[in-house]
Design a protein around this ligand. Sequence first.
Ligand SMILES: *Cc1c(COP(=O)(O)O)cnc(C)c1O
Length: 412
Amino acid sequence: MDSQNLLKLAEQYGAPLYVYDAEKISAQYKRLTKAFKGVGSLRLNYAAKALSNINILRFMNHLGSGLDTVSIQEVKLGLMAGFKPESIIYTPNGVSLEEIEEAAALGVQVNIDNLSILEQFGSKHPDIPVCIRINPHVMAGGNSKISVGHIDSKFGISIHQIPHLLRIVELTKMNINGIHMHTGSDILDIDVFLYASEILFETAKNFKNLEFIDFGSGFKVPYKEGDIQTNIEELGKKLTVRFNEFCAEYGKELTLAFEPGKFLVSEAGYFLAKVNVVKQTTSTVFASVDSGFNHLIRPMLYGSGHEIINISNPKGKERYYSVVGYICETDTFGSNRRINEISEGDVLCFKNAGAYCFTMSSNYNSRYRPAEVLWYKGKAHLIRERETFDDILRNQVDAKDLFETPKAESIK
Ligand SMILES: *Cc1c(COP(=O)(O)O)cnc(C)c1O
């Protein structure tokens, strides 16, 4: 995917626009598979919430991936995309028993993350095998908003509650077929991850009918050149050895599962937005684009620093800019960025726009959500149309008879 192609796509489909490079997704999938080639049975379940366009899900299915879902709607999307129910794992947090039962009835693997639901589900459906999400209380990630393994986290069943967990399993005679952790995004220290894995292995010994151990995800990807990232190859080497040792000890070849979202799609995505205004103020030069945090909220929500390049003027002199959106409150994509000289009408490209970008977009300020294009085998394919005014009005009930129209003379 080069700048020339991206610029052409912005002209063809208009901006703002999301573009995804299938080749990059496939390369990441293969890289992770290769790092764990020493494991007898490996399963990657793509985390649908990162980028859930049904065509992306279809592509993941085509690559051989399974699917990790967090809502009943994602489960249904996955089934529509062609995933077999048994290739889908459903890992919600804090949802109702009814929703979990609905997912189980569709035949997907249920993963339960609290004792209250576990007891209720186990009592009603002792025959349906269940995976349990454990919280090992290990901080693997850097960003507190996306770190979910710490002591105050709402996720998972605490390792300190294992005695209670075992009591529920014994009393309900339910079948635990998998054990899971997801310590959160941005794994930097492999040894910390391995330490959490040891806790999972220790917990796993309590269950006799396991089929898989799911180590979640949270692989960190680079956002710019020289950025630190999870060393997948090193993790692969070290965890493979430990996993195979554990299986020997356990007496059965288990499946090693991961559920990567960001790792598979982050770098495959590009967000293109056109510059409306270049505004020199007393403190900086603003480049205002025809977009905002309604389309790409991660910089404002997590402080994530997406690299921004000017694909209309790639050889221009570099200058400092603050790139901002049009939303009527603070809406900054990047401050003090060195970017090739920007003119009004130029197209800026935001990198790492594959994961948690479109899926977090909204209609705030009554704006349309952008179109999405998949770049596959050297060709562009429109996979979502840009919204229209009808989409803004959809589901709104026009209660126009509710209010009297003001009389002409009362309007001064
Ligand atoms: C969000 C999520 C993932 C994906 O995390 P990434 O950091 O995007 O890889 C995996 N598992 C669960 C349970 C999740 O909620």
